[in-house]
Ligand binder design. Structure first.
Ligand code: ASP
Length: 596
């Protein structure tokens, strides 16, 4: 329908005839002359309607409203000077020209929109209800384009590295990734259910047994989680698996892949290889397994300072095998009481009894605990924490895991108050390696896989799997890639031997019968010459979010659910007809009392 798109006409086109098609972005009436900006996905071009050119078209242009779809034909003209003033608009790429219209067709009319497209809207529900309108905004159009570019960069890069894309079933069997499954009843097999994949984990491993050697997929995954912060029940992963590879090779591949994504979407060079920290170091220094490295404020160990202290909260924690650590929030002595209260709440929420702190103001240490410190302790603390005027030092004492976790959260919260990353354009990538293989669920007393049950223990820790009492010490051959405090991907080298997999299941409390029932196919597969293999999955939505500079993955998903898991546009999930349920052999118990 068009000769040019709306971001194409330049001075060089002056004198030519052009036809544009698009939406009425803005309309202005200057003494009876109508100016509209016609918008398509590429940009906007101004069209001007004067009765000299075509009286009927000029007349019709008066009836135009925002978001009407129009087809405008005219001749391209330079923007004139009026009263010695240039009318060039430097804010748009087509700002040196305008289309002097001699024909107008109104292709389709638009009702008045439920919200204006040129204003930021804080009510996300309205945006989601009319997502097709929300996506017309240039920012959202840009996000969709970035998403496409990143997907294409992944495909191109992996293809060049010899990987082939293989699709795996969406109607599949439960695979444990730590969340609840979405279930689909099978009409043809009454009483049986498919599970939607939480990840294609088992299929990609089976593809290695099948000899594919290098697999990838931009895969949709489904996890029925309580929707915390920024999660979606369905999300996308760049899923990768390869045979005969080491952890180093997988990490190298992913560094190259990420470099390609940032280069193609933003033109940015991210460098590499990325620094690496073991899980233990990451927790010790940053109190997080996905540390934000754009600022310091590291956790400092103070065992040597307080081992013999009069202050029993500290020396007692150390005596019972715990730790004392602190962070120095430099320049934050002016913390308000409200902020301290909130920080204390955070500490308590994550297992601390309270939050001891010292404010350094007017040359004085303001804190109820310093009266217990000896001169030597004060001196040693000053040195260890580099304490200066204006600082706020915050302490944690107790068992290692709790203290690290608590101070890690406090560190992030202080960074938030201090705007520590404001204006910081840096991309701080890192690998976190050597995660624990298993974690004890305190409530049930059972061991769970930290990643998933197919993750390989580190070779030197293999004997511990049988020792039984040291399960918590086993490290996994696993790695997470982190960017600016976000985990953007994770993976591992896998178990490929049936015997070892059975041992792993045993450690997880899955006996042989249950293992056969649930994972018989994978144990069978491992008995037919399974190659050593490993891989990783990148959280595609989060990656695109970070590349696009957005704060929520919903901004980079065309049709996301809201934080209650609802698609407001189509009003799904929806009730279904009783007959449909009967065909599926399903009866709703919604109105019955929930089992205790
Ligand atoms: N399947 C894992 C996940 O979804 C990733 C992997 O181990 O490759 O987190």
């Amino acid at each position: 329908m068009r000769t040019h798109h709306c971001n194409e006409l330049r001075k060089a086109h002056v004198g030519q005839t052009a036809t544009l098609v698009g939406w009425v972005n803005t309309k202005r009436d200057h003494h009876g002359v109508i100016f509209i900006d016609v918008r398509d996905r590429e940009g906007v071009t101004q069209a001007v309607f004067r009765s000299e050119e075509n009286a009927a078209a000029a007349e019709l242009s008066h009836t135009l409203r925002h978001e009407d779809v129009v087809l405008v034909t005219g001749s391209v003209a330079g923007r004139p000077e009026i009263d010695g003033q240039s009318t060039v608009n430097p804010n748009i790429d087509t700002g040196e020209v305008e289309l002097v219209a001699n024909d107008l067709q109104i292709v389709n009319r638009s009702e008045v929109l439920p919200f204006q497209l040129d204003k930021e809207l804080s009510n996300e529900d309205i945006r989601l209800k009319h997502r097709y309108l929300d996506l017309r905004r240039p920012r959202m159009a840009r996000n969709l384009k970035i998403r496409h570019q990143v997907a294409k960069a992944c495909r191109d890069h992996l293809d060049e590295q010899g990987f082939i894309e293989v699709e795996t079933p969406v109607l599949s069997k439960s695979t444990p990734e730590g969340a609840r499954d979405f279930l689909v009843p099978s009409r043809l097999n009454p009483g049986r259910f498919y599970a939607l994949p939480q990840a294609p984990q088992q299929y990609k491993q089976l593809l290695q047994v099948a000899g594919v050697e290098k697999y990838f997929q931009i895969a949709r995954c489904f996890r029925d989680e309580d929707l915390r912060a920024d999660r979606q029940p369905e999300f996308t992963q760049v899923d990768i698996e390869a045979s005969f590879v080491s952890s180093d090779q997988v990490m190298g591949l992913v560094e190259g892949l990420l470099a390609r994504c940032f280069k193609e979407a933003l033109g940015t060079d991210i460098g590499g290889p990325f620094p690496r920290l073991t899980y233990r170091e990451a927790m010790d220094r940053f109190g997080s397994d996905k540390p934000d490295m754009r600022f310091g404020m590291e956790l400092t160990d103070l065992a040597e300072v307080f081992r013999n202290s009069e202050f029993k909260v500290f020396s007692g924690a150390l005596a019972s095998g715990g730790v004392v650590k602190a962070i120095n929030a430099k320049g934050f002595a002016g913390v308000t009481t409200g902020q301290i209260n909130r920080l204390t709440e955070t500490a308590q929420l994550h297992g601390a009894k309270g939050l001891a702190f010292i404010k350094v103001e007017g040359g004085e240490w303001k804190s109820p605990i310093v009266k217990f410190f000896s001169e030597a302790e004060r001196a040693a603390l000053t040195e260890a924490m580099d304490i200066e005027e204006g600082d706020l030092v915050l302490f944690g004492a107790g068992d290692w895991a709790t203290v690290c976790e608590v101070l890690g959260r406090i560190r992030l919260e202080c960074a938030g108050y201090l705007d520590a990353t404001a204006g910081n354009e840096e991309l701080e990538f890192l690998w976190v390696t050597d995660f624990p293989l298993l974690a004890l669920d305190e409530e049930t007393g059972k061991w769970n896989a930290v990643h998933h049950p197919f993750t390989r223990p580190k070779e030197e820790d293999l004997p511990l799997l049988e020792a039984g009492d040291k399960l918590g010490q086993i490290r996994a051959e696993a790695y997470d890639v982190v960017l600016n405090g976000h985990e953007i991907g994770g993976g591992s080298i896998r178990i490929h031997e049936g015997e070892l997999q059975t041992k792993m299941f045993a450690a997880l409390g899955i006996d042989e019968t249950q293992a056969k029932e649930e994972f018989g196919h994978i144990l069978d597969a491992f008995s037919f010459g399974a190659p050593p293999h490993g891989g990783l999955a990148l959280g595609f939505d989060r990656l695109v979010m970070l590349i696009a500079g957005e704060e929520s993955i919903r901004e980079v998903i065309a049709f996301p659910k809201n934080n209650r898991g609802i698609d407001l546009m189509s009003a799904s999930p929806a009730e279904v007809d009783f007959k449909q349920l009967r065909e599926l052999y399903i009866k709703s118990t919604r109105d019955e009392k929930k089992p205790e």
